[in-house]
Design a protein around this ligand. Structure first.
Ligand code: UDX
Length: 447
């Protein structure tokens, strides 16, 4: 009989995982503790912007016309425990307030709420990004609380999806990593990830701590790559070099690779910044803090890029105060194809200039509602052109395709001064300069 699957937590990770499992043909029950989220999902609506996710949900959510009906949602823990053979825990693990460590309370609560109702055999699979050692601790808690005792087992299966590509990354993962303690657990997870999802994807079987570490070390490596190229950008700025050419030339070396070498205002979002901090905090607890002191530097290179962008804008405006200066900001989200503004470098730069007296107007293709909620005192415009109207300087801070497709000539006519600073090295300098703009970018010579 086919396995029945539950997904606990319906954020980026959980909603996508639930829809993907239904797409594979499994019966899926999703749980969330937020009633509004459940109501939206039941209507086939997604609480965030994620390309392709709404279409996938609408293909499967029970009650939607033409849908397979394989995907349902609930808030009832007993129903979830009774329904599922495999329970995926996909709740978030944010940074603790005022600390580097990660807040495990959502994971702990989810596991405990589920465990109490587990009266039959089940595999509980953690997917959230957690400090190494959590799976072992949660397995003990599960054994203590689950009425079914030995019949219930824990496994760890980190998720590597990127926002903006969540559906693609879930349906076509570049690897599947499972931390297991028995052949039975491995067999179940191989069944879950059988073709077509696992087709061509390496399946790595390992222990709990290694599975947990794959995720945190992958994110640390990616963060390191970005901060490395941003450090090179700082050197290029001092030496008159061009970091874009440098990255291109470095990337031709297969051992280095082209990806994640785009210099600019650095990384943000709900994952990389908090994951490297939580990793450092955990290494400290384990007595291995020296091994990760380099991540402190990665974090500080990243954070100072934001201030450097502000200084670049100040200098471009002639130095001195931002008072009375009109600053157009293109981009509010931490990356394109997402409406996520969590720890967004773009919004941070906009906020700093605003707090220093600049008259800031922000436009973002999908992030306006979230940006307004987080930073209500900034100015907002409905289009890029409206944001640029009357601007003394334009800052390009999130590399949406829409911004690359703008007509620089039209924008030049609307701005007070055709001066653009590219904080993402994503616009074509030749095109903007040909339309009369003074174009400057982080890590590149002035002209
Ligand atoms: C990341 C990991 O990529 C993913 O595997 C993990 O599961 C979750 O964390 P995500 O947070 O969606 O995914 O974003 P990602 O695409 O990694 O970008 C992170 C940040 O780095 C963005 O702010 C992006 O603008 C920035 N970035 C990325 C750069 O500044 N330069 C680059 O070359 C690449």
């Amino acid at each position: 009989m086919a396995l029945k699957i539950t997904v606990i937590g319906t954020g980026y990770l959980g909603a996508t995982h639930a829809a993907a499992m239904a797409e594979l043909g499994f019966e899926v029950l999703g749980l969330d503790v937020v009633p509004e989220k459940i109501e939206m999902l039941q209507r086939g609506e997604v609480p965030m912007y994620e390309p392709g996710l709404e279409e996938l949900l609408r293909k499967h959510v029970a009650g939607i016309e033409g849908a397979s009906g394989r995907l349902r949602f609930t808030m009832d823990w007993a129903e979830v425990a009774d329904f599922g053979d495999v329970h995926f825990i996909c709740v978030n693990t944010p940074q603790k307030h005022g600390e580097y460590a990660c807040d495990m309370s959502y994971v702990d609560t989810a596991l405990e709420s589920l465990a109490k109702h587990l009266t039959k055999a089940a595999l509980v699979v953690g997917k959230s990004t957690v400090p190494v050692g959590s799976a072992d601790r949660l397995a003990s808690r599960l054994a203590e609380l689950a009425p079914a005792g030995d019949e219930v087992e824990m496994a760890w299966n980190p998720e590597f999806l990127r926002e903006g590509f969540a559906v693609k990354d879930t349906l076509h993962p570049d690897r599947i990593v499972v931390g297991v303690r028995s052949e039975r657990a491995e067999k179940i997870l191989r069944e879950v990830y059988a073709a077509p999802i696992g087709e061509g994807s390496p399946f790595v079987v390992t222990d709990f701590p290694t599975a947990e570490l794959v995720k945190t070390s992958a994110n640390s490596f990616l963060a390191t790559k970005i901060s490395f190229i941003n450090a090179m950008a700082e050197v290029c700025e001092a030496a008159g070099g061009d970091v874009v050419k440098l990255a291109e030339a470095l990337g031709h070396d297969d051992r280095i690779g082209k990806k994640f070498l785009r210099a600019g205002i650095g990384f943000g979002g709900g994952c990389l910044p908090k994951d490297i901090r939580a990793f450092m905090a955990r290494a400290g607890e384990l007595g291995a803090d020296q091994a990760l002191t380099f991540l402190r530097e990665i974090d500080s290179i990243n954070m100072r890029r934001r201030g450097q962008m502000v200084e670049m804008a100040r200098e471009a405006l002639g130095g001195g105060s931002f008072l009375g200066k009109r600053v157009a900001v293109l981009g509010a989200t931490f990356k394109p194809d997402s409406d996520d503004v969590r720890d967004s470098p773009a919004l941070n730069v906009a906020g700093q200039i605003h707090l220093q007296g600049g008259q800031v107007t922000v436009y973002d293709p999908k992030g306006m509602a979230n940006a307004r909620r987080l930073f209500p005192t900034l100015g907002y415009a409905e289009t890029a052109l409206d944001a640029v109207r009357g601007a003394d300087v334009v800052l390009h801070l999130t590399e949406w395709r829409e911004f690359r497709e703008l007509d620089p000539a039209e924008l030049a006519a609307a701005a007070t001064a055709p001066l653009i600073l590219d904080g993402r090295n994503a616009l074509d300098p030749a095109v903007w300069r040909a339309a009369g703009w003074t174009y400057r970018a982080m890590g590149r010579p002035a002209a």
